[in-house]
Design a protein around this ligand. Structure first.
Ligand SMILES: [Zn+2]
Length: 375
């Protein structure tokens, strides 16, 4: 993967390129970013840049033999380690057992999550990076390089290393010469402290709306859909890619229906909304709630700074204008947001959807219509 194929993260790309060019890349780094911010794509681009024999000041060439091999994740001097599950009851799993599946998965979904990966392995077993795997890593990295000056090792999700990860400590402290270890994590608090303290932290930033929007446009997503997805994705490009393939459901339509029912105090319209929402699957229900929360966040920003810093569809601006005309306060935004977040929590716990959305609608109405005096 080239840096140009990694969405956003321009500052971090510059820093990485500079350090590699100056020969100052620390030998153990931890790329840390939320789900969908692109830790693995960044690690792949970094490995490709290190190994490229014809790199420029801004990127790898994408064409030399090293780049060609890395584009298939098959470079003999770039090693991968990742969570596996015990699919064969008689064998302790190591990454090498699943490298073909891992390549296939990552080449198709470089922004994929570990849940997607375990789904790809068709297991509901817990992922793990085993002690045997740690020993194999050390052995593997003792070998001489095959074709490059540098060895690169990428561990995706060091969160899955239990105390067995301590086997690696000495190696992380004093790796073999010309070896770069890259750990790719999303939850630092779950990574062993002993590993955290031996790696240099490189933070990925949360992707900006415009960055996701631009990446979607490059994927030929239709402009208004790209904008709506970028808004919904909230910095998670992995989620944005999933939304492309989802059936177009009418989040905006649902929201209009709910708000109409609430403000006009039309019980039947609210019931119609509740029935339709209850018939949707959990993912769509959560998507609607997330959409609503995001719209409220935009409302606050829109009121403060105007259109310049909020990108939405015209129809969505109209909703914001209506809410402003109805004098929805920031206090009410906070209260309604809290109700929505509680609702997501309940959906995940399989609460009865009809009861849940009915109660949600009435509580929102309570906040918006009847508690004004308190606000
Ligand atoms: Zn190259």
């Amino acid at each position: 993967m080239k840096f140009k194929d990694v969405v956003g993260q321009e500052d971090l790309k510059k820093k990485i390129i500079y350090l590699i060019q100056q020969g100052k890349m620390p030998h153990a780094v931890m790329l840390l970013g939320t789900d969908g911010s692109g830790g693995l794509p960044m690690a792949l681009a970094m490995a490709q840049y290190i190994q490229c024999t014809n790199k420029t000041d801004v990127d790898s060439c994408g064409e030399c033999p090293s780049c060609a091999m890395l584009s298939k994740m098959q470079h003999p001097d770039v090693h991968f380690s990742f969570p596996t599950a015990k699919l064969n009851p008689t064998k302790i799993p190591v990454s090498n057992d699943y490298i073909i599946e891992f390549r296939e998965f990552m080449l198709a979904n470089p922004y994929g999550s570990e849940k997607d990966w375990l789904d790809h392995l068709e297991t509901d077993k817990q992922g793990n990076i085993t002690a045997l795997e740690c020993r194999e890593i050390i052995q593997k990295l003792q070998l001489r390089t095959f074709m490059s000056e540098y060895k690169v090792f990428i561990m995706w999700r060091p969160e899955y290393l239990g105390s067995e990860g301590n086997i690696l400590l000495k190696f992380i402290e004093e790796p073999t010469a010309k070896t770069i270890l890259i750990f790719v994590a999303t939850q630092l608090e779950k990574v062993l402290l002993t590993i955290q303290s031996r790696t240099q932290l490189f933070n990925l930033s949360k992707l900006k709306l415009a960055e996701i929007q631009e990446a979607l446009l490059q994927q030929q997503v239709e402009p208004s859909k790209a904008l709506q997805i970028a808004n919904l994705a909230d910095g998670n490009y992995h989620y944005a890619l999933q939304l492309i393939n989802e059936q177009d459901d009418d989040m905006l339509g649902y929201l209009k229906q709910l708000l109409n029912g609430i403000y006009a105090n039309k019980g039947l319209e609210i019931v119609a909304f509740v029935n339709q929402m209850a018939a949707e699957n959990k993912e769509t229900q959560k998507k609607f709630i997330t959409y609503f929360v995001h719209l409220l966040e935009n409302l606050v920003r829109y009121r403060q700074v105007g259109k310049a810093h909020v990108s939405m569809l015209e129809a969505e601006y109209k909703i914001l204008d209506t809410l402003i005309a109805k004098k929805m306060t920031d206090y009410q935004v906070d209260k309604v947001t809290a109700l929505l977040e509680e609702c997501i929590y309940q959906i995940e716990r399989n609460a009865n959807a009809k009861i849940l959305f009915h109660s949600l609608s009435l509580q929102i109405q309570q906040q918006l219509l009847f508690k004004k005096a308190l606000a």
